[in-house]
Design a protein around this ligand. Structure first.
Ligand code: NAD
Ligand code: DAU
Length: 351
């Protein structure tokens, strides 16, 4: 059995974080998992209601940008490992409010780095700061090519610029203070518990409610999709077996043009909802493009595959079906989210 450890997971009430928290709480009874989350619009404790009574799990409500609070937290709990997921994560929101992204993604990361450094600077042995990042830091690809770990950073949105900046700070702390770190840059996740502002859950919700499916531009943008539970498994492997000071790219080996993905989603939804063939496709509506829209992301994940024997466990068709089933069986979760604040955002974004 693994030795006992205190681990801080930030952003654990969000989409990916909740899957990481569950995996760690269930797989490592010897670890104590502290989930620190500010519960912004994207944080939802309902995602983790099944873990409430687990003895090795504690939820802490708090903001990573609150320096004093974070310092005190490290003084109290002496987190040996940090898995840092808390972030503002939606590109469209970063276009309307860039500063919120700088605050949480850049300043919040530095506050955590400082607290971790001050806590362990005399003994970094067996400690790790794991920073979760995105493939968007590499900018955009043309029709060909793949992002590798050494692809130069070239972010195009305020979101990706803030994530790139936080990655640089993590690396700089590694060089300057010898702080032990690892970074992973992942492609687009999909799966259970994703907030319905991102493409797949937004469109599932709209199909259920017979609302238009707002495809940006001509829909010929490409993303590389990964099932969220496979991302959580990759994070577990990197946390335990990754090399300090290294970056790992994580992707699904699974590129889809948005319009093709939306048509597949419509087809699967029509089957689940017993609707006529192509019924949901009628809802597709081409709308104004996202400013600075990156044409294509695609990850070369051969480093994590070769070094840590990681591969996606499900095909896209399987993962999408699991996702659709979950949303159809959890309409209460969706209804609880579609509250006043979300309605206001939707109105502003799509009119
Ligand atoms: P999310 O928006 O679903 O969740 C973010 C969580 O962080 C929420 O629970 C929110 O309450 C919390 N949070 C926000 N600001 C905070 C603050 N100041 N202090 C404490 N908590 C705060 O995001 P996600 O999609 O789960 O992404 C998690 C991480 O993974 C992010 O760092 C993101 O950049 C990265 N990532 C996401 C994807 C993706 O496709 N979703 C892909 C690659 C990388
Ligand atoms: O690549 C990893 C990134 O993936 C993560 O770092 C981000 O946190 C995550 O939000 C995601 O970013 P994207 O911008 O790629 O995801 P989103 O779901 O917003 O959009 C996916 C694609 O679909 C993108 O090309 C924009 C398009 N889109 C999106 C929405 C919300 C539409 O056409 N219509 C929409 O309404």
């Amino acid at each position: 059995m693994s030795r006992s450890k205190t681990i801080l997971i930030t952003g654990g009430a969000g989409f990916i974080g909740s899957h990481v928290v569950r995996l760690f709480v269930q797989k490592y009874p010897n670890y104590h998992i502290y989930n620190l989350d500010a519960l912004t619009y994207a944080g939802n404790l309902e995602n983790l209601s099944d873990l409430e009574n687990q003895p090795n799990y504690t939820f802490i409500k708090g903001d990573i940008t609150d320096e004093l609070f974070i310092q005190e937290l490290f003084d109290t709990y002496k987190f040996e490992g940090v898995i840092h997921l808390a972030a503002e994560s939606h590109v469209d929101r970063s276009i309307t409010d860039p500063l919120a992204f700088v605050k949480t993604n850049v300043i919040g990361t530095i506050v955590l780095l400082n607290a971790f450094k001050d806590c362990w600077k005399d003994d970094f042995e067996d400690k790790l700061f794991y920073h979760i990042s995105t493939d968007e830091v590499y900018g955009t690809l043309g029709e060909t090519g793949l992002f590798i770990e050494t692809t130069p950073y070239d972010p195009n949105s305020p979101y990706s610029a803030s994530k790139a900046s936080s990655d640089h700070f993590v690396r700089a702390y590694g060089e300057t203070y010898k702080l032990p770190y690892v970074i992973s840059n992942c492609s687009n996740n999909y799966g259970q518990n994703q907030f319905p502002e991102k493409l797949i859950p937004l469109f599932i919700n709209n199909i259920i409610n017979n609302k238009p499916l707002p495809v940006y531009g001509d829909g010929n943008y490409t993303r590389d999709w990964l099932y969220v539970k496979d991302h959580a498994i990759a994070i577990d492997l990197i946390f335990h077996k990754g090399k300090q000071g290294e970056t790992y790219n994580i992707g699904g080996f699974n590129e889809w043009k948005n319009i093709d993905l939306v048509k597949l989603l419509c087809k699967q939804m029509d089957q689940k909802l017993n609707r006529a063939s192509k019924a949901s496709e009628q809802l597709i509506t081409f709308v104004k493009d996202r400013p600075g829209h990156d044409l294509r992301y695609a990850i070369d994940a051969s480093k994590i595959k070769n070094e840590l024997s990681w591969e996606p466990s499900v095909t896209f068709e399987q993962g999408l079906e699991l996702t659709i089933d979950w949303y159809l069986n959890n309409k209460r979760w969706l209804a609880n989210i579609i509250n006043g604040a979300y309605q206001a955002y939707y109105q502003k974004q799509y009119g």
